[in-house]
Design a binder for this molecule. Structure first.
Ligand SMILES: NC(=O)c1ccc[n+]([C@@H]2O[C@H](COP(=O)([O-])OP(=O)(O)OC[C@H]3O[C@@H](n4cnc5c(N)ncnc54)[C@H](OP(=O)(O)O)[C@@H]3O)[C@@H](O)[C@H]2O)c1
Length: 292
């Protein structure tokens, strides 16, 4: 089942067996670069469709993991507006299946969620107890997934923001492609959060498993905050691209899904537990250093 790699006893004599759903995605693809001392069972969509309840429970019973990193998700924020059933099937129902499976084998469930569960009207970073109010189908379905995931008493819901990775489609990789083709482009300047490098995020998950703060919801994104526009400028600066980047507004851009205008997450709760991420610009430097 899946791509399996045996651990070499890197965890004080105890192997940690981790199932990863959505293993071919941006986050899923970064997990093996970080969890090098653990036994990983990497399941991409072709190996485990999380909407198939029986298959999900069967996979968990067969592998009996200590931890499930549930990285599978419907993440196309704009497409979700016209395909809400698909987004619900994966983000809510798929998560319900994975939660049942985690409970069945008493595994720790790690469910990454998103800053898009908030409405963006706050003027300071969002803390875990802030009122949610998603503006998009994607945000709604991820929040519904949180509710499902928290039905298990060993769940970490870890909200992050603007995830980007070496593999998979993300703002950073899209910008790099556009810089290669375009002399000039426009980027939204009135939406603010913090871009989070998925490999650093995966390192954070690893630290979290070692330090074991309380189960429940935690915020976890890179330090600092920025707009898409400034983020694009920094990607250009660090990659040496010469493309001219002009600011535009979300209203002018008119994407199908509405995003929160301000969704910086306050990661102080995990920082107190010793789980911290670097500033977003430093993380972006790691991203470029790690590029194959
Ligand atoms: N990307 C962000 O900006 C961001 C921000 C905050 C939180 N998050 C959360 O972080 C997690 C990882 O995101 P990501 O950026 O790694 O997303 P991603 O690159 O889109 O990866 C998601 C993976 O899930 C797979 N998948 C979709 N439907 C599935 C199904 N029914 N069964 C099994 N696998 C399925 C996808 O396969 P296909 O490619 O074949 O569809 C893809 O490989 C998600 O929970 C996401 O909501 C992401």
């Amino acid at each position: 089942m899946g791509c399996q790699r045996e651990a070499t006893d890197g965890n004080q004599g105890r192997l940690v067996k981790i199932v990863v759903t959505g293993a071919d995605g941006g986050l899923g693809g970064e997990v093996p670069t970080v969890f090098t001392d653990d036994e990983l069972i990497l399941l991409d969509r072709s190996q485990l469709d999380v909407t198939d309840k029986d298959a999900v429970i069967e996979a968990a019973k067969k592998s009996k993991p200590d931890v499930i990193i549930h990285a599978a998700a419907y993440t196309n924020v704009d497409a979700a507006e016209s395909n809400p059933e698909d987004a619900i099937a994966v983000n809510r129902n798929g998560t319900a299946n994975v939660t049942l499976a985690a409970a069945e084998v008493s595994a720790i469930l790690m469910y990454p969620s998103t800053d898009y569960v908030f409405d963006g009207e706050k003027k300071s970073p969002y803390v875990e107890t802030d009122q949610t109010g998603p503006l998009s189908v994607y945000g709604e379905t991820k929040l519904a997934g949180e509710v499902e995931a928290l039905k298990h008493d060993q769940t970490y819901v870890i909200r992050t923001s603007w995830l980007y990775s070496q593999t998979g489609k993300s703002f950073a990789t899209t910008m790099l492609k556009l810089f290669a083709d375009k002399k000039e482009l426009a980027v939204v300047s009135d939406e603010v959060s913090s871009p989070t490098y998925a490999r650093d995020f995966a390192r954070g998950l690893q630290t979290l498993l070692k330090t074991r703060p309380d189960f429940g919801t935690h915020h976890f994104s890179a330090g600092g905050e920025t707009s898409w526009f400034e983020y694009a400028q920094e990607i250009a600066r660090q990659s040496g691209a010469k493309t001219i980047i002009n600011p535009t507004t979300a209203a002018e851009w008119n994407a199908p899904a509405t995003r929160p205008r301000y969704s910086k997450l306050d990661s102080g709760q995990l920082a107190k537990a010793g789980v911290e991420l670097p500033d977003w610009k430093e993380s972006l430097t790691h991203f470029f250093k790690d590029r194959p």
